[in-house]
Design a protein around this ligand. Structure first.
Ligand SMILES: Nc1ncnc2c1ncn2[C@@H]1O[C@H](COP(=O)(O)OP(=O)(O)OP(=O)(O)O)[C@@H](O)[C@H]1O
Length: 258
């Protein structure tokens, strides 16, 4: 599954948030979206997963305009892990994960033995075996985040969109979650704050700044000292990690520019 975004503009309350966004995520790629707070990352993702309504002829899945997909078809093609997941009613963890099957079911169809097995597998992958009957609202932030990831995996979609998937997670789960995502045989598009995680896991990186794409390429091409200084306003030292072979960024806080 591939994603194309062409000349996307988006305004909120008359203020321009995104300007002339053009990008492509090819089938099977893991593309990271980086940029400072408020630059428009969530707004772009919300347009892609249609929490906001994009203009016609701006967002395509496999070259087909997303506005031509029914919401059920969209859910079958694209799984989403958003940043705000406000849940009004309490559910058991197992039910939260099972909701991921909605798009694959007919009206009032019950859970099959295959669904139940897949649910167990997804919970195991995110380290939550034994949590099936826990109340979702009673979980910690990190546990909730992992339930939402299990729900995404349960959807078995060819394309996954994620807004800051490692939010609330301790360092070991941050890497575990990225490992799980990376080994899925799917297309991934994710906003990421941690540039070292982006360097380790992404095939390509899109740098967003004040609603515009200012750079695009491999982590080595985009995660430069100049870009980090220009767009995040912080000095850094960048080396190649001997173990991973990937770029490692060290920030030099005494050099923060106002
Ligand atoms: N509903 C809204 N009403 C007014 N302004 C909004 C609204 N939603 C977003 N914005 C503004 O749009 C801009 C982009 O917000 P967005 O959440 O997309 O940024 P972001 O890059 O995801 O930020 P962060 O890294 O902090 O999550 C911000 O200036 C934000 O204040």
């Amino acid at each position: 599954m591939s994603l194309q975004v062409r000349n996307l503009d988006y305004q909120i309350g008359g203020k321009s948030i995104l300007e002339q966004i053009c990008l492509e995520v090819k089938d099977g790629e893991f593309v990271g979206l980086i940029g400072p707070n408020g630059c428009g990352k969530s707004t772009l993702l919300k347009n892609i997963y249609r929490s906001y309504k994009p203009d016609r002829d701006t967002i395509f899945l496999n070259e087909k305009d997303v506005l031509d997909f029914s919401f059920k078809k969209m859910a079958a093609e694209m799984a989403v892990m958003a940043q705000e997941n406000h849940v009004e009613f309490d559910f058991e963890v197992r039910d939260m994960v099972m909701f991921g099957r909605y798009a694959k079911k007919k009206f009032l169809e019950g859970d099959s033995a295959t669904d139940k097995k897949l649910c167990e597998k997804c919970l195991r992958e995110v380290g939550l075996t034994g949590y099936e009957h826990r109340s979702y609202l009673s979980l910690s932030g990190g546990e909730k985040q992992r339930v939402l990831l299990a729900r995404v995996l349960m959807q078995e979609s060819a394309f996954i969109v994620l807004d800051e998937p490692t939010n609330h997670l301790d360092v070991s789960y941050q890497y575990q979650i990225m490992d799980i995502l990376k080994k899925q045989n799917v297309t991934l598009f994710s906003s990421i704050h941690d540039l070292n995680l982006a360097s380790l896991y992404c095939d390509k990186i899109i740098f967003l700044y004040q609603g515009r794409i200012v750079d695009y390429g491999t982590p080595e091409e985009v995660l430069t000292h100049e870009n980090i200084k220009s767009y995040f306003g912080i000095e850094s030292q960048i080396t190649k990690n001997e173990v991973t072979g990937k770029l490692q960024i060290y920030y030099l806080p005494g050099w923060v520019k106002n």
